[in-house]
Design a protein around this ligand. Structure first.
Ligand code: F6P
Length: 460
């Protein structure tokens, strides 16, 4: 079988006792651990002079090939076009998006440079699996460099509908470049349809068969591959710290209070301010819950050198301070807003110890926290997932979760109120439904389905 070479912007080896990484890192690492292979990309370091060749090392069955970025490349490719233009636009925040031609040129330059650095490591029959919005034109650059390997792409974040995507000035060039991939994978049918509709209208793509588009002389396959988790592994992890001093102290300190738990990168797409406001609305609407419920928001800072991220941090600090100032008394603090990261085992144990998983992004590709929360619950007394209808996970977990619109403060407060008093029988039924979906679409299936389609003979 051909070797798997994964390419993503950030290469982040994941260990259980390390601070938790984002969904991409958890998913890619989990997938590679099973199949073996190489993970190539940015080391996370900014260096004065990027080296000629990547640093190679091996950890368990995974080989890593990482390389530093120069300050200019980091500013233009990562901070600029990827996170200043594509990220906000793909999350429907065109109001926060900005475009700079120099940054776009840097984005293309770094994509081509990464291809140049990868090429010497590649074998002719390697299967390439490229991840996320930083690398939309990577396959195009590969083809230009004479790399004929089969190359698949998976987008972890949403793909916007045509009128939104068109606000990015080089939208046509970018999407044309995406068609140099053999297979394009998306998190949900909505994302996949948005791409296909755009390609038909803007690139003149012609559907040839279900999931196959002809774009000029190329044929590209498109499909939906919702990323999953490994439920049994999470069950086990969630019990590791159940009797640890930290969890016991937490439970003791709660004095029988109910616990609402959220964990997100500190990002404006996560709907954190709206979430704080809805929690406050619950306290206003339902006096019985005052003093009886605590909300822990873990939000490690992210991309702090992008201005919008500094703004959202300020807004949150002010919201948390205001709400706590209004409601805290001598024995109870309603919101614990924590700006640091915890290791994965601790997070899973915290999920298990909490009665509500409160996951309400304004827009999210999938949101693995929602799935992890469900998988970490005890089957005989599970917590309730309150989930935004705009998270990709809502497509699979909509029957068992309480779905909310994060723009509807009253609706979210009502859902929290309902979750807090939900009888155990209903909680169990909902949990079982969600667990069935988690097992059907687990992380192994995500990888296996994508790679089987990428390897498949339909391309011949
Ligand atoms: O899941 C989206 C994503 O942008 C990944 O590509 C990335 O690894 C993760 O979030 C964390 O973001 P960053 O690498 O910018 O810190």
């Amino acid at each position: 079988m051909s070797r798997l070479v994964v390419v993503s912007n950030r290469v982040a080896p994941v260990a259980e006792d390390q601070p938790s990484a984002g969904g991409l890192a958890v998913g890619v690492h989990g997938a590679l651990k099973q199949s073996g292979g190489i993970w190539f990309g940015w080391s996370g370091e900014i260096v004065d002079a990027p080296p000629e060749t990547p640093t190679l090392y091996q950890q368990d069955s995974v080989g890593y090939a990482t390389i530093g970025l120069s300050r200019r490349d980091y500013d233009q490719y990562y901070r600029g076009f990827s996170n200043g233009t594509l990220w906000p636009t793909f999350h429907y925040r065109t109001d926060l998006s900005r475009y700079d031609r120099k940054e776009y040129a840097g984005y293309l330059r770094v994509n081509a440079w990464l291809v140049e650095k990868l090429k010497p490591i590649l074998r002719p029959d390697d299967l390439l699996w490229v991840h996320d919005y930083h690398l939309l034109p990577f396959a195009r650059m590969c083809r230009e460099a004479g790399i004929a390997n089969r190359i698949g792409f998976f987008l972890h974040i949403p793909f916007p509908v045509e009128p939104v995507l068109r606000t990015v000035p080089p939208h046509r060039e970018l999407t044309e470049a995406m068609c140099a991939y053999d297979l394009l994978g998306f998190q949900t049918d909505d994302d996949c349809t948005a791409f296909s509709d755009y390609a038909r209208r803007q690139l003149g793509a012609v559907p040839q068969a279900p999931g196959v588009l002809a774009v000029g002389r190329r044929r590209v396959r498109v499909g939906t591959y919702p990323i999953g988790v490994l439920p049994d592994e999470i069950q086990e992890q969630s019990q590791t710290h159940s009797n640890s001093r930290q969890i016991l102290n937490l439970k003791q300190g709660l004095h029988q209070r109910r616990l609402i738990m959220s964990v997100d990168r500190l990002d404006y797409s996560k709907g954190l301010v709206e979430r704080f406001q809805a929690f406050e609305r619950l306290l206003e609407m339902a006096p019985a819950h005052r003093g009886k419920v605590s909300f822990i928001q873990i939000a490690p800072p992210s991309r702090s050198d992008v201005e919008m991220y500094r703004n959202i941090r300020r807004q949150l600090e002010s919201a948390a301070g205001r709400i706590n100032g209004r409601w805290t008394d001598l024995t109870w603090t309603p919101i614990r807003y924590i700006n640091k990261n915890y290791d994965r085992l601790m997070l899973m144990s915290l999920f298990r110890a909490s009665q509500i998983g409160y996951v309400t992004p304004l827009r999210d590709g999938m949101n693995l926290v929602a799935k992890e929360y469900v998988a970490a619950q005890p089957a005989d007394d599970p917590g309730v997932l309150v989930l935004s209808e705009f998270a990709g996970a809502a497509r699979e977990l909509g029957d068992g979760a309480l779905l909310v619109n994060p723009y509807d403060t009253d609706g979210m407060a009502q859902a929290l109120g309902r979750a807090l008093i939900m009888p155990v029988e209903e909680r169990k039924e909902r949990h079982q439904q969600m667990m069935r979906r988690l097992r059907e679409n687990d992380l192994d299936r995500w990888r296996d389905r994508f790679l089987a389609d990428l390897r498949g003979d339909e391309f011949a």
